[in-house]
Design a protein around this ligand. Structure first.
Ligand code: ADP
Ligand code: MG
Length: 694
């Protein structure tokens, strides 16, 4: 018993400290037996035949039936990989890595050899690779160079029900590629029942259904609406643990912070139960966890022990955990939503759809009859939840996607074959964004800058800053800053040592703000020879810094490939800040004596985030990387700027209002309003001439 307690403690503490832990033993059955017990195995021949006979194929099957890990292998075993790669896309980074590792194990090779993966800024493939897992975003980028997908013999668009923007774009790109390449095979797989729609889109292609072995799941609804879903989730877990028979518990939460908190609180509560009750092993799952910790969840639960997993919606379909009998579903997930007012994407906690609720419920019925606790009322389920999740393409900012489509030579966006076309105004606002960044001209054509920007796998504001840095001569510093912005927060702030961590962090603070602070951190780490001790002493996540280093290397590679100059400005902080303004001028705030700051574009009240180096400082003008909505709207990653830079960097976006004679202090920077509109079959900026003349 003591040993179990140790186990519970160490598993949780290790994962909390984000330290690397050793791989545990997986299911003890031989791989062959495991593989052959999966529902997909019974369909093996049918899959092979259908792929041989059809260019397009839709495969539907329950999560865990073997779609992702097995179909690639069947095709490889049957020789489909002789004429090209077998590619399989995943909407999530973690899933791509985790399945590639799993399949490597099954085949008995190291990852990156026969089986590899590619995710942004990380390529684990080699000339030997035959089966390649990747994020849908990476395959979309490959289409830039290779619109016919010549490297591939088969492409599997996996998890198509997630309807990410990249998968949606790939539908159209692959359909087009297949029309030119009769040998190319495209498989669309989905865990839900939208098969007809996919089949209709792909020229009425056949649908294969993998019969799943599922058990009934009892659904329990909350009697009244719950005010605090975290609290009721924890109560429910305790209740299950104390009163219900054996079986593991899966709780769906919305993000890392919630999950970490729940793990800690539950751990404290369980401790109070003492020895009277079975041990409870508490495990977190979210994409930012190191994969070693994540692999913990696949390990069989030790005897006399129950496992509870707190996961994001990554556990809905992307990864399968065996042994779950109880699902606790608060009914929310974080959704990437475009906020047109803020001009950017934000992660908003929103109610899930009925389809998602049922997917979550299904997780409890894979090993035996299970129970699903919905922490919302039946009437909320029936009357308030939308039936299906809205495809991302209909709610996200499309500037990055449109920049890529333009770079592929696809100009006629109206007739691009989207499965569900994005709303017209989201198309125009993306075009406006790109025009404002000077990636498109007034007729919506790609500029030279735009073409170069499209070579960087990142949001256009960032690639614009990179392009500008090549001109201004600070690409070394800017590429560092952008690498640091592209990784998880490098500052580590343990609960019990917050003050110490904060004071260490403050030593890196730059008086002009967070971008230069990030540059400081990276430069100091580099000067210390990328030392681990330096990270430990300064409360920095070494893992995230290392990733920033990798990202920087990749950015430098792209610079070299494009023959763009790499140079350092040797600490010219004005030049660096001005260069940042060239991409982030839209995210500008002006100090307001009443409310802190107001955004210049639309006057929203915003505050400097307490974690910022500029918190409590009073610079007149700032730019920020993003807005974070918690109790109020916070600017995160903030840098002080000179108002003149706004107009200098973006004369097509801002002008100085008020008479020239007024003192500079009084002069106000105000936005111009450029609008794209559509005439017949092309988009044009309509109001620019007028505003310019005013
Ligand atoms: P699907 O794509 O249909 O949801 P998968 O091919 O991902 O199914 O998974 C099939 C089975 O393989 C799962 O039920 C699980 O038992 C096992 N499996 C998948 N990934 C892993 C992993 N990383 N570690 C251990 N087992 C795994
Ligand atoms: Mg899968």
């Amino acid at each position: 018993d003591f040993k179990n307690k140790q186990l519970a403690l160490t598993a949780w503490e290790r994962s909390r400290n984000r330290e690397t832990i050793e791989y545990g033993k997986r299911s003890s059955l031989p791989i062959k037996v495991q593989r052959e017990s999966l529902p997909a195995f019974k369909m093996r021949q049918q899959v092979i035949d259908a792929v041989s006979d059809n260019q397009f194929l839709v495969i539907i099957g329950e999560t865990g039936s073997g779609k992702t890990t097995q179909i690639t292998q069947y095709l490889d075993e049957e020789g489909f990989s002789n004429s090209g790669l077998i590619g399989c896309t995943q909407p999530r980074r973690v899933a791509a890595v985790s399945v590639a590792k799993r399949v490597s194990e099954e085949i008995g090779c190291r990852v990156g050899e026969y089986v590899g993966y590619t995710i942004r800024f990380e390529d684990e493939t080699s000339p030997k690779t035959r089966i390649k897992y990747m994020t849908d975003g990476m395959l979309q980028r490959e289409a830039l160079l290779d619109p016919e997908m010549k490297n591939y013999s088969v492409v599997i668009l996996d998890e198509a029900h997630e309807r990410t923007v990249a998968t949606d774009v790939l539908f159209a790109l692959l359909k087009k590629a297949a029309s030119r390449r009769p040998d190319l095979r495209v498989i669309v797989t989905s865990a839900t029942l939208d098969a007809e729609k996919f089949s209709n889109y792909f020229l009425q292609c056949p649908i294969l259904r993998i019969p799943g072995k599922t058990f009934p799941v009892d659904v329990m609804y909350a009697q009244v609406p719950q005010i605090d879903y975290i609290e009721s989730a924890l109560d429910t877990v305790m209740e299950i643990h104390i009163n219900e028979g054996c079986g593991d518990i899966l709780v769906f939460l919305t993000g890392q912070e919630e999950i970490d908190t729940c793990c800690e609180v539950l751990y404290e509560r369980v401790k109070t139960l003492g020895d009277t009750i079975q041990e409870l092993l508490i495990l977190p799952v979210y994409s930012a966890l190191p994969s070693e910790v994540q692999s913990k969840i696949f390990e069989p639960t030790p005897p006399n022990c129950r496992k509870v997993i707190f996961a994001t919606n990554i556990a809905e379909t992307s990864i399968t955990i065996d042994g779950i009998y109880y699902v606790v579903d608060p009914g929310f997930s974080k959704v990437n939503t475009y906020n047109p007012r803020a001009g950017m994407e934000q992660l908003i906690v929103s109610p899930i759809s009925q389809a998602q609720a049922n997917q979550r419920k299904g997780r409890a019925g894979r090993t035996g009859a299970g129970k699903c606790y919905r922490l919302y009322t039946e009437s909320a389920y029936l009357n308030e939840m939308i039936p299906n999740t809205i495809p991302e393409i209909q709610r996200q900012n499309l500037s990055y996607t449109i920049l890529m489509l333009k770079a592929m030579g696809i100009h006629d966006l109206l007739n691009f074959e989207f499965m569900d076309a994005p709303p017209r105004n989201s198309m125009t606002s993306a075009l406006e964004d790109l025009y404002n960044l000077q990636a498109l001209d007034e007729d919506g054509r790609l500029t030279k800058t735009g073409r170069l920007m499209s070579q960087f796998p990142m949001e256009p504001a960032l690639s614009k800053v990179l392009m500008e840095s090549a001109n201004t001569g600070c690409s070394d510093e800017i590429s560092t800053i952008i690498s640091m912005l592209s990784v998880q927060n490098v500052f580590y702030r343990p609960r019990d040592k917050q003050q110490e961590a904060d004071s260490k962090k403050a030593r890196f603070h730059h008086p002009y703000g967070d971008h230069l602070t990030l540059l400081n951190v990276y430069t100091r780490w580099r000067d210390e020879n990328y030392s681990k001790t330096f990270c430990l002493n300064n409360y920095l996540h070494e893992r995230h810094l290392k990733r920033a280093k990798d990202v920087k290397t990749q950015l430098i590679n792209i610079f070299n490939k494009l023959r763009l100059p790499l140079s350092s400005c040797r600490g010219n902080v004005d030049l660096i800040r001005k260069t940042l303004v060239s991409g982030f001028f839209r995210n500008a705030g002006k100090r307001d004596s009443q409310v802190g700051y107001k955004t210049i574009t639309d006057g929203t009240s915003v505050s400097v985030h307490p974690s910022s180096a500029l918190f409590g400082k009073d610079h007149d003008y700032v730019i920020y990387h993003s807005l974070v909505l918690t109790t109020r709207e916070y600017m995160s990653q903030v840098t002080a700027i000179d108002a003149r830079w706004l107009v200098e960097s973006a004369p097509h976006f801002y002008k100085v209002a008020g008479a020239e004679s007024e003192s500079r202090k009084k002069a106000k920077v105000v936005p111009l309003h450029n609008k794209f509109s559509q005439n017949q079959d092309s988009w044009r900026l309509s109001s620019i001439r007028q505003t310019k003349e005013k």
